[in-house]
Design a binder for this molecule. Structure first.
Ligand SMILES: [Zn+2]
Length: 143
């Protein structure tokens, strides 16, 4: 699905807003994600850390789990925007999804799902999901 500039800008704004809700006491790295469903709804997520570090959940997975748990029928997804900010609310790098989040995306997204990795509001990269996790492990791997 081709995203309009207006939609991209909206997702970026929502990702920034979500990053403000991050619980990132340990890393001080606040991540926000805005996930667009094919029906136009947007679900946001932020990273939620824990003193037992492995219990931490990424912003992207929070957004996916919020969306999936909100529908009676599994939703279709079009795009996600992701931003990560340091303590000074700055970012010098594009915020890329971690391997765990890519695997979760592979469960619920098609190859043309768009991942918007934000450095700042004027500088971001768009990826097709298939570029970020080629040859993904999936249900087709064992059926
Ligand atoms: Zn992640």
């Amino acid at each position: 699905m081709k995203l309009s500039q207006r939609t991209i800008d909206r997702l970026i704004d929502e990702a920034y807003k979500a990053s403000k809700r991050a619980y990132s006491s340990y890393s001080k790295y606040s991540v926000g994600a805005a996930l667009l469903c094919s029906d136009g709804k947007i679900y946001t997520g932020c990273n939620i850390e824990n003193s037992s570090y492995s219990m931490t959940c990424c912003a992207e997975r929070v957004a996916f789990f919020k969306a999936i748990s909100s529908y009676d029928v599994k939703p279709q997804f079009s795009a996600i925007a992701i931003v990560g900010l340091d303590e000074n609310l700055k970012s010098d790098t594009y915020c890329m999804p971690c391997g765990a989040c890519r695997q979760v995306m592979s469960e619920f997204c098609g190859e043309d799902f768009t991942v918007i990795c934000i450095k700042n509001k004027e500088d971001y990269k768009l990826y097709k999901f298939s570029e970020l996790l080629p040859e993904a492990f999936s249900a087709q791997s064992f059926i």
